[in-house]
Design a protein around this ligand. Structure first.
Ligand code: ADP
Ligand code: MG
Length: 467
C-alpha cells in the first residue's frame, strides 16, 4: 500500500464504520475499564485492500494491546472485513522520530506519524523502558516483598500506605527493573497519568543546569506536574545539599497530593549517611523493602527465561553450571548469556558446555577488578577463624601458613595484582614465596578433590563481600 492512498475522507469514514463494528465485537470480551482505557482511545483512520489501519497514542500502547489482545483484535477485524483481513497500527508519538515509517510484521504492521497524542500521556517522556515489566521479572524469595509492594502501588498509585515505596539492594539485583515495571504497570492501568523515571545523577545534572540558566522555578514546576515520580539510585544525592532541598520540596508536594513516589537506593535509608535527616524521616513515612541476591532456584528460572528470550538453547546442565558459578548478581547472569550469544552468532555453532564454562570464566574475570587483597585476606581469616594480622606477619604455624597460602593463591587468581604486590600485602614477602604458595595450593587441589569445594565457597564469600 502506498502512502498516497492513505487517509482520504472516504476511507476515513469507511474505516470508522468498520472499527465501530470491531468495537462491538471486542466490548463484551474485555473488562469495562480496559475497554475504556485501551480500546476507546483507538481511532480507525484508513481502510484499504482489506487492511484496517488503526491509530494508537504511542508504542507502549501498541505493545500493550498487541501483547494482550492481538488475538481478539484480529478476530474482530476478520469478522468485519473477511477472513483475509489484516490490521495495521499507526503510532502517534516520539516527536523527534522520523515519520511516517512503516514496519512490516506478519500479521500486522505499524506506522508512526507526528501529531499530538490524544488523552493518554506521552509515554516517551516518561523515560521508561517498555521491556522492564512485571511479566519479565522473575519472582523469588529475594524480591518477593518488593515485587508485591510494587504491584500493589501499580493498582492504586498514591493511594496505598506505600508512599514512598523505597526499594534498596545491591548492584544488579533488579531495582531499576522493578521500579520501572511499577511505572509501566501504572501507565498500563492509568494511561492518562504522567510518569517520570529519572536516575538521581541525571536529576542532579538537570537541576544544576536549570540553576545555571536561572530556570530553577521552571524546573520544579515541571516536576510538580508529574503524577508519579520514580527516582533511581538516590544514594547519589549524598553531598548535594541544594538538590536535596529541591527534592524535599517536590517530595512534600507529591505526598500532600497523594501522588506516588518510588525510590531506589543501594542502602536502607538509615545508612544513607550524609543525606539530610528530614529526607530520611520522610522515607520512613512509606514502605522500605529490600531485594536480596537470588537463590539457586531463582537464578535457574531467570537464566532459562533470558536464554529463551535471547533465542539460545541451553541444556539443563549448562543452566545449572552458570547458576552455580554466578551467584550474586543478575546482571552478570545476563552478561554471561550475552557472551555465549556472541560466540554462537559469530560461529553459528551449537553451544557446548565448554563454551558455557568459558563464558562464565570471562564474566568472573571481568569482575576481579573490584576484588581487593584486603577483602580476600579478611574473608580467608574469618573462614579459618584465625586472626587477620597473623596472616600478614611472620608466624610459621602450620594452620596459619596454610591460610596465608590460600589467601595468596586467591589474590593471584581473583585480582589483577602482580606477584610483587601480593608479596607486599603479606608482610613484605618476596615474589618467589607467592609462586611457592600458588604451587602448593595447586598441588592440594589435585591431591584432595574436596579442597576444591572449600576454595569455591571461599570465592563466593569474597565475591559477596565485594559486591
Ligand atoms: P539494579 O538496578 O539493582 O542494579 P537492574 O534492575 O539494572 O539492577 O538489573 C540488572 C539486569 O538484571 C537487568 O537487565 C534486569 O532486567 C535483570 N533482572 C534483575 N532482576 C531480575 C528478575 N528478577 N527477573 C528477570 N530479570 C531480572
Ligand atoms: Mg539500577
Amino acid at each position: 500500500m502506498t502512502h498516497e492512498s492513505l487517509f482520504t475522507q472516504e476511507n476515513i469514514h469507511k474505516a470508522a464504520v468498520a472499527w465501530k463494528e470491531c468495537l462491538s465485537i471486542i466490548k463484551p470480551e474485555v473488562p469495562e475499564g480496559t475497554f475504556n482505557s485501551w480500546f476507546r482511545p483507538i481511532k480507525a483512520i484508513d481502510v484499504n485492500d482489506l487492511t484496517l489501519k488503526i491509530q494508537v497514542p504511542n508504542s507502549f500502547f501498541w505493545e500493550w494491546i498487541e501483547g494482550r489482545y492481538s488475538k481478539l483484535l484480529h478476530k474482530a477485524v476478520k469478522n468485519v472485513l473477511g477472513h483475509e483481513a489484516r490490521l495495521d497500527y499507526v503510532i502517534l508519538e516520539e516527536k523527534d522520530s522520523p515519520a511516517p515509517y512503516v514496519e512490516s510484521a506478519p500479521k500486522s504492521s505499524r506506522i508512526t506519524i507526528s501529531e499530538e497524542p490524544s488523552k493518554a500521556s506521552d509515554y516517551s517522556e516518561s523515560n521508561l523502558k517498555p521491556n522492564y515489566t512485571f511479566e519479565n521479572f522473575i519472582k523469588g524469595e529475594g524480591n518477593q516483598l518488593a515485587t508485591a509492594a510494587a504491584m500493589a502501588i501499580s493498582e492504586n498509585p498514591g493511594g496505598t500506605p506505600f508512599n514512598p515505596l523505597f526499594v534498596y539492594g545491591g548492584v544488579g539485583l533488579g531495582k531499576t527493573h522493578l521500579i520501572q515495571a511499577a511505572g509501566n504497570s501504572i501507565y498500563g492501568n492509568f494511561p492518562e497519568k504522567k510518569i517520570k523515571y529519572i536516575s538521581t545523577e541525571q536529576f542532579t545534572i538537570d537541576f544544576v543546569d536549570a540553576i545555571k540558566k536561572n530556570m530553577h522555578n521552571e524546573f520544579s514546576n515541571v516536576y510538580k506536574n508529574y503524577d508519579v515520580l520514580i527516582l533511581d539510585d538516590i544514594q547519589h544525592l549524598i553531598g548535594k545539599e541544594k538538590t536535596q532541598d529541591l527534592f524535599f520540596h517536590i517530595f512534600n508536594i507529591f505526598h500532600q497530593n497523594k501522588k506516588q513516589i518510588i525510590i531506589s537506593s543501594d542502602k536502607p535509608p538509615k545508612d544513607l549517611k550524609g543525606l539530610n535527616d528530614r529526607l530520611i524521616s520522610r522515607f520512613n513515612w512509606g514502605l522500605t523493602v529490600d531485594i536480596q541476591p537470588p537463590d539457586l532456584e531463582t537464578r535457574i528460572a531467570i537464566l532459562s527465561k533470558k536464554a529463551e528470550s535471547f533465542g539460545i538453547m541451553l541444556s539443563n546442565d549448562m543452566v545449572e553450571y552458570i547458576a552455580n558459578h554466578i551467584t550474586s548478581n543478575i546482571r552478570e547472569l545476563e552478561g554471561c548469556l550475552i557472551k555465549i550469544l556472541a560466540n554462537v552468532s559469530l560461529k553459528s555453532a551449537d553451544i557446548s558446555l565448554e563454551q558455557v564454562k568459558r563464558a562464565v570464566k570471562e564474566v568472573s574475570t571481568a569482575k576481579r577488578v573490584n576484588i581487593s587483597i584486603d577483602v580476600i585476606t579478611r574473608t580467608v581469616a574469618e573462614f579459618f577463624t584465625i586472626d587477620e594480622k597473623k596472616i600478614r606477619d611472620k608466624t610459621r604455624r602450620q594452620e596459619i601458613v596454610h591460610a596465608r597460602q590460600v589467601a595468596m593463591y586467591l589474590s593471584r587468581t581473583m585480582t589483577k595484582s602482580g606477584l610483587k604486590n601480593i608479596g607486599l600485602h603479606f608482610g613484605g614477602r618476596d615474589h618467589s614465596t607467592v609462586i611457592h604458595a600458588c604451587e602448593s595450593v595447586e598441588k592440594m587441589l589435585t591431591d584432595d578433590p574436596s579442597f576444591k569445594d572449600t576454595l569455591n565457597d571461599l570465592k563466593i564469600k569474597i565475591e559477596l563481600a565485594c559486591s
